[in-house]
Structures are given as C-alpha cells and as structure tokens.
Design a protein. Structure first.
Length: 161
C-alpha cells in the first residue's frame, strides 16, 4: 500500500537531510527522486484532480494537534514543495497529495508503529462506509449501487414523498 511507501520515503529523506531540512534541500531530494525514475509517493490520485479532501482534513487536524511533530512538519513542507515541482515537470495530471501522503504520520504520532496494520485499518474504514450504504440500500429497497455521499437530511427529503 502506498502509505508504507510514503513513510519509507519520508524516513529516507530524514536520514539524508536531517531533522529540519531547508526548502532547497527538500527540493533537491524531490528532484533526485524523480530523476531516478521513481515517483513521489503520496502524490496523485486515480480519480481526483485536486488535493484529496481526506488529506486536507488530516492536515487541519495535525496543524491543530501536532504542529511541532517533526514528521508532520516534514509532510507539511513537502505539501508546499511537491505540487509546483510536479507541475513544472509537465507529465503529471494531478500534482496534489492523496490521503496516503498524511495518514501514516498521524498513525505514527499516536503510537501505531506496526506499519503492517495500516492496510487493515484502511480496509476496515472502507468497509464501514460501504456497509452503511448497503444498510440504507436494503432499508429503502434500492439495488446494490456505488455509495454516494448523502446526508441523513438529504435521504429523508428524497424518500419522504
């Protein structure tokens, strides 16, 4: 899963550049990554063409609750650095971060260091969303469908006629 790739890449960056790298050093590391034929893990999304809203929520949470965490500070620095570089590169349709660019930082901060469980957590959260949609489908007699984001108020309005 990409979350592991992100954390491995961040660790490598920290090992090579130290705990508090300059923006220029981070830019050099990013260009070195790209020129070696690798991607910057955690950037780009198969569907979205803007910053993943889950990333944005996690970033806002981290800004409030762990603004001085070294790994978060690095992710925040990369967030400001990578999109312009990927845009300059010209080959990338989506230079914005996805949820994997941030989620591992929060898991690490709150003590879940066993990276093999990150995929399990992602799967559980995905399953909970699908299951809640399935329950509504069954309750309303709808066929199996891809879940849509509807509020409870929206559901009541749509089906109370």
């Amino acid at each position: 899963m990409q979350i592991l790739s992100v954390l491995v890449w961040l660790t490598k960056l920290q090992e090579q550049l130290g705990a508090d790298p300059t923006d220029d050093h981070v830019k050099e590391f990013i260009w070195k990554t790209l020129k070696s034929g690798q991607v910057v893990p955690g950037y780009g999304h198969a569907v979205l063409r803007k910053t993943d809203p889950r990333y944005t929520c996690q970033r806002e949470f981290a800004l409030k609750h762990l603004p001085n965490d070294p790994l978060f500070k690095l992710v925040n620095q990369i967030f400001k650095t990578v999109p312009p570089i990927l845009t300059e590169l010209g080959k990338v349709k989506n230079p914005w971060p996805n949820v994997d660019a941030h989620s591992g930082v929060l898991l690490q901060y709150y003590g879940l260091k066993e990276m093999n469980y990150y995929t399990v957590l992602f799967g559980i959260s995905r399953a909970l969303g699908v299951l809640s949609s399935l329950i509504w489908d069954r309750a309303l007699g709808l066929p199996i469908e891809r879940p849509k984001s509807l509020s409870t108020e929206g559901l009541i309005k749509a089906y109370s006629k």
